[in-house]
Design a protein around this ligand. Structure first.
Ligand code: F6P
Length: 373
């Protein structure tokens, strides 16, 4: 029977993290004296043994609060910046686990957090994870904590941009987060009534996008909202990216691999520039004045939606049941309306992007939204 549970939150923050921490803590307290401690700032706090007692007082009043009371970071156990060097600190984290007499460590996060949790699992620690990412790109779970709230925020932003785009007869390009997946842009774009939605899964043709906007003008609608996922790419950029990926895979020398990696990083860091240049191109191709709004971290801020509060509470309490059953090395995943324990090796290293036959894509087509291809 577990007596001591540790929790950490890692990666980008998401609304609903506190709700998950609260659910684990509340259920632990009500089940025969399990103690819960939190580690501050993700894996860094685990390395430095910076803890926080998650008792009744700490858990009170946090259900509706955004962010994470534990703090977070993107630090990785095996590549941790320490004193000007980058070191593998995995064993130090294993020591912290034992020093605190933990029976299990719960890691709440997205793709990176899961990879890191898996590293600790391979060191024979008892690990359970909870899926959290506004990008909704974690494999093996229908959805993740934070996605619904971020989708709501982006939808409201698109709603508000409509009236100003309409009044000025402008194109408004909206940059939406999502890393290399288009869930957030497609979901909020459909819900907010965007006229064009560009997602990484479907490289776009700028002429097709301009045509869609011109066609709206011909029908008397001389304004347009273009929702662009941060990872969306033109067909030309996608081809360059594909070649760089292939070069990286087949590189025989370290130098070739390094060059291909550098090119890939450069392509990824150009995302904001790409959205700005897309806006300028559309202005010149259509003759309509254009503006750009990058939503950025606004999408991760503030109070979680009811859906995320409910999801976090459902996953958090299911996690406690897994602890009772000593079912370790798993992610508590939402599948249908049930929470299931999915082995971590089935989650790690995979990315859930939008399948091209997904019903949201068909839905977008059916209401006349251009996906730019
Ligand atoms: O993974 C969540 C996310 O918000 C992505 O959508 C985005 O690409 C990234 O994090 C931004 O990271 P950071 O908060 O480190 O700027």
């Amino acid at each position: 029977m577990a007596k001591s549970v540790g929790i950490l939150t890692a990666g980008g923050d998401s609304p609903g993290l506190n709700a998950a921490i609260r659910a684990i803590g509340k259920m632990a307290m009500s089940s025969s004296g399990i103690q819960v401690i939190g580690f501050r700032d993700g894996y860094r706090g685990l390395m430095e043994n910076r803890t926080m007692r998650l008792d009744e007082a700490a858990l009170s009043g946090i259900l509706t609060i955004g962010g994470t009371l534990l703090g977070t970071s993107r630090d990785k156990p095996h590549r941790m910046p320490v004193g000007g060097k980058v070191l593998d600190m995995t064993d130090t984290m294993v020591d912290t686990y034992h020093k605190n007499h933990l029976d299990v460590l719960v890691c709440i996060g997205g793709g990176g957090t899961h990879k890191n949790a898996y590293r600790l699992l391979q060191k024979d620690l008892n690990i359970i994870t909870l899926p959290k990412t506004i990008d909704n790109d974690l494999a093996m779970t229908d959805t993740s904590i934070g996605f619904d709230t971020a989708k709501g925020i982006a939808t409201e932003a698109i709603d508000r941009l409509h009236s100003t785009a309409h009044s000025h007869h402008r194109i408004v390009v909206v940059g939406i987060m999502g890393h290399n997946a288009g869930w957030l842009a497609l979901g909020s774009g459909i819900a907010g009534g965007a006229n064009v939605i560009l997602i990484p899964e479907m490289p776009y043709d700028i002429d097709v996008v301009a045509d869609a906007i011109r066609q709206r003008s011909r029908h008397g609608k001389n304004f347009s909202i273009v929702a662009v996922a941060e990872g969306a790419m033109s067909k030309e950029d996608a081809a360059v990216m594909q070649t760089a990926l292939q070069t990286k895979e087949s590189a025989e020398t370290k130098t070739d691999k390094k060059e291909a990696k550098a090119l890939l990083t450069e392509l990824k860091t150009q995302q904001t520039d790409n959205i700005l240049s897309l806006t300028k191109q559309l202005e010149s191709l259509t003759g309509l004045e254009s503006r750009v709004t990058i939503l950025g971290h606004l999408q991760r801020g503030g109070s979680p939606s009811p859906v995320d509060r409910l999801l976090a509470t459902q996953l958090g309490t299911a996690c406690l049941s897994m602890i009772h059953d000593e079912n370790y090395g798993v992610m508590a995943a939402l599948r249908g309306d049930q929470v299931e324990a999915v082995p971590l090796e089935d989650v790690v290293g995979k990315r859930k992007t939008i399948p091209l036959d997904h019903s949201w894509i068909e839905t977008a087509h059916r209401v006349g939204i251009s996906l730019g291809n």
